[in-house]
Ligand binder design. Structure first.
Ligand code: 4AD
Ligand code: MG
Length: 480
C-alpha cells in the first residue's frame, strides 16, 4: 500500500473518523497528503489553468512562498484574534489562518462576515505544519470577496436524500459526492485509455434512432418531424457497423431506458461504453472484458485511492481484482441457487437477489455464460447444438453489486437474424441497414456494454447508482 505503515494507520483512523461523522476534516488532510506527498503527479488537478493562481493540490511545491488561490469558503471557525478558513477549490482543501494585526482590519472583519460557500480569492504564505491538514497551511496575507453567498442550503448537518437530490447542483461540492464523481472520472478515463491503447477507434453512435436494440418495452418515443424516433437504448447496432469498417471500435455515451423500476441499480438515463470487435468470438470477448475491468480497477486504486478511503471502501477487495475472472454457466448458476434453497425456474432471468447469491461464491467478478435464448436480445448467436441458449455472458460484480456488463457474440447469418427479428416482432424497416451488415462481408463478431454508474457504484462501494452520475434521471425525477 502506497505511503507505508504510517499512511496505512492514518487510513484506518480515517475510516473510523468517517464512521464518527468527522470525515471531512480528516479527509482534507489526507487528501492533501496525497497531493503533496510522493504520490504527487498521479492525478493532475492543475494543468495549464489558472495562470495567475495556484491550485490547492499543488501548494506543496510553493513552501515558504506566497500563493494566490481562487476558491470557495468550505467552513470556518474563530478564536477571537484568529480565523481559520477552510478553503476548497475543486482540487483540494486547505486551511488558511488569518491573524488580526497581520492583515488589514477590513480584511480581518471580512473573515467574520464570510458565509459558507462564499467565493473568495486569497493570498497566503505556504507553511509546513505537522499538525495541519496534510502538513501544509496558509498564513493569510490577503482576502478578496468575489461573492458573499446567501445562506447555503446544505449545511454540515444531516439532510434527507430527496432534499439533497433537489439540490444536486450544489450537493456535488460536498466531499463524498465530489469523491464519487472523481472516481467516475477515473473509471471513464481508464476505460477509454485502455481501449485506445489497445487499438480501438471511438465511433460515436446516434442518440436519435429509428429502431430498438434492447427490446421494445423500454423505449423512449419522440416525434422526428412526423416520424417515430426513439432515444438510444444502446449504441451496439451502430458499433457493429463500425467494427466492419474499423475492426475494433467503441462508442461511449448516454443511453435511455424507460424502465418503471425504482431500484438502487436502475437509472432512466445512464452511460454505457460499448466495444465491438470484428472476428472476435464470445471467448475472445470475455478475455477482453476481464483485462478491461481489471485495468479500470487498478487505475482507480492508483489515482483515486484517497477518494476510495474517504468513501470507506475496503481496498483489499479491489486489490484482488485481477484477470482471469471465473466463469459459470447459467445452468450451473441455477444449481447454485437451488442448492441454497432458492426457488428459481430454469429459463427465467436472474433478479438482483439471485445475482447476489451467485456472486457471493467469488471474490472477483464472475461471468455467467449461456443464458436462455428467450430472456436475451434478438441479436445473440445461439450455442451450436443447444439452440435454447446463446453465446453470451453477463459479468456480475462481487459483493452483491450485480451485473455491470452485458455482452455476446452476434448473429452473423442473414437468415437466422431475419428469423429472430420476426420472432421478436421487430419491424424490418428500421433495420434494413443492420441486415446489410450480414449481406456484405459478414463475419462473426462480439462486443459488450459496461454500465458506468453500476461500475462506479461497485468500485466506490456505494449503495445507489443515483449518486454515481452528476445529474441522475430517475423515475419521478428530472430536476435539476
Ligand atoms: O445488458 P444491457 O442491456 O446490454 C446492452 O445494452 C448491450 N446492447 C450492450 C452491448 O453488448 N453492446 O446493458 C449493459 C449494461 C448493464 O450490464 C448495466 O451495467 C448497464 O448497462 N445498465 C444500466 N445501468 C443503469 N441503469 C439501467 N437502467 C441500466 N440498464 C443497463
Ligand atoms: Mg443485461
Amino acid at each position: 500500500m502506497a505511503g507505508g505503515r504510517a499512511a496505512q494507520q492514518r487510513r484506518v483512523s480515517l475510516r473510523k473518523a468517517h464512521d464518527r461523522g468527522t470525515v471531512v476534516k480528516r479527509w482534507i488532510g489526507h487528501y492533501n497528503e496525497r497531493c503533496y506527498g510522493k504520490d504527487c503527479g498521479k492525478s493532475n488537478m492543475s494543468g495549464v489553468w489558472p495562470l495567475n493562481s495556484v491550485r490547492i493540490a499543488d501548494i506543496g511545491g510553493y513552501l515558504g512562498q506566497e500563493v494566490r488561490i481562487q476558491g470557495w469558503l468550505y467552513n470556518k471557525r474563530s478564536s477571537g484574534k484568529i480565523y481559520f478558513l477552510i478553503i476548497r477549490d475543486g482540487s483540494g482543501f486547505v486551511q488558511a489562518v488569518a491573524v488580526r494585526d497581520e492583515i488589514p482590519g477590513e480584511q480581518f472583519d471580512l473573515c467574520g462576515a464570510l458565509t459558507q460557500e462564499s467565493s473568495i480569492i486569497v493570498t497566503g504564505r505556504v507553511r509546513a505544519d505537522k499538525r495541519a491538514m496534510g502538513g501544509f497551511e496558509l498564513t493569510l496575507t490577503g482576502l478578496e470577496l468575489v461573492q458573499l453567498a446567501e445562506e447555503y442550503p446544505i449545511t454540515l448537518k444531516e439532510h434527507g436524500v430527496d432534499f439533497l437530490l433537489d439540490h444536486r447542483h450544489l450537493w456535488i461540492r460536498s466531499p463524498r459526492q465530489h469523491a464519487a464523481l472523481l472516481i467516475r472520472d477515473e473509471v471513464t478515463a481508464a476505460a477509454e485509455g485502455w481501449l485506445r491503447t489497445n487499438g480501438f477507434v471511438k465511433l460515436d453512435s446516434p442518440i436519435l434512432t429509428p429502431a430498438a436494440c434492447e427490446g421494445t418495452t423500454t423505449l423512449f418515443e419522440t416525434d422526428y418531424f412526423g416520424e417515430k424516433a426513439y432515444l438510444s437504448q444502446s449504441g451496439q447496432l451502430y458499433v457493429e457497423a463500425g467494427c466492419m469498417a474499423f475492426g475494433k471500435v467503441y462508442c461511449f455515451g448516454p443511453t435511455f431506458r424507460a424502465e418503471k423500476s425504482k431500484t438502487r441499480r436502475h437509472l432512466i438515463e445512464f452511460w454505457m461504453i460499448e466495444p465491438e470487435i470484428a472476428y472476435a468470438t464470445q471467448e475472445d470477448n470475455m478475455v477482453i472484458q476481464e483485462q478491461f475491468v481489471s485495468h479500470i480497477v487498478k487505475r482507480c486504486l492508483e489515482n483515486r485511492r484517497d477518494e476510495l478511503v474517504l468513501l470507506g471502501r475496503d481496498l483489499s477487495k479491489l486489490e484482488a481484482i485481477t484477470a482471469p475472472f471465473p466463469r459459470v454457466s447459467y445452468d450451473e448458476a441455477v444449481k447454485m441457487l437451488h442448492s441454497e434453497g432458492r426457488e428459481f425456474e430454469w429459463g427465467d432471468d436472474f433478479g438482483a437477489p439471485d445475482e447476489a447469491v451467485i456472486s457471493s461464491h467469488f471474490d472477483k467478478p464472475v461471468f455467467v455464460t449461456n443464458y436462455p435464448t428467450k430472456v436475451k436480445a434478438f441479436y445473440m448467436q445461439p450455442e451450436p447444438g443447444r439452440p435454447e441458449v446463446v453465446k453470451c455472458a453477463d459479468l456480475l460484480a462481487p459483493e452483491g453489486y450485480g451485473e455491470i456488463i452485458g455482452g455476446s457474440e452476434r448473429i452473423h447469418d442473414l437468415e437466422l437474424l431475419e428469423q429472430r427479428m420476426r420472432e421478436h416482432g421487430l419491424p424490418r424497416a428500421g433495420y434494413e441497414w443492420y441486415l446489410d451488415l450480414r449481406r456484405y462481408g459478414s463475419v462473426p463478431h462480439s462486443g459488450f456494454g459496461l454500465g458506468i454508474e453500476r461500475t462506479v457504484a461497485w468500485i466506490s462501494g456505494s449503495e445507489h447508482v443515483r449518486e454515481m452520475i452528476p445529474f441522475p434521471r430517475l423515475l419521478n425525477r428530472i430536476y435539476p
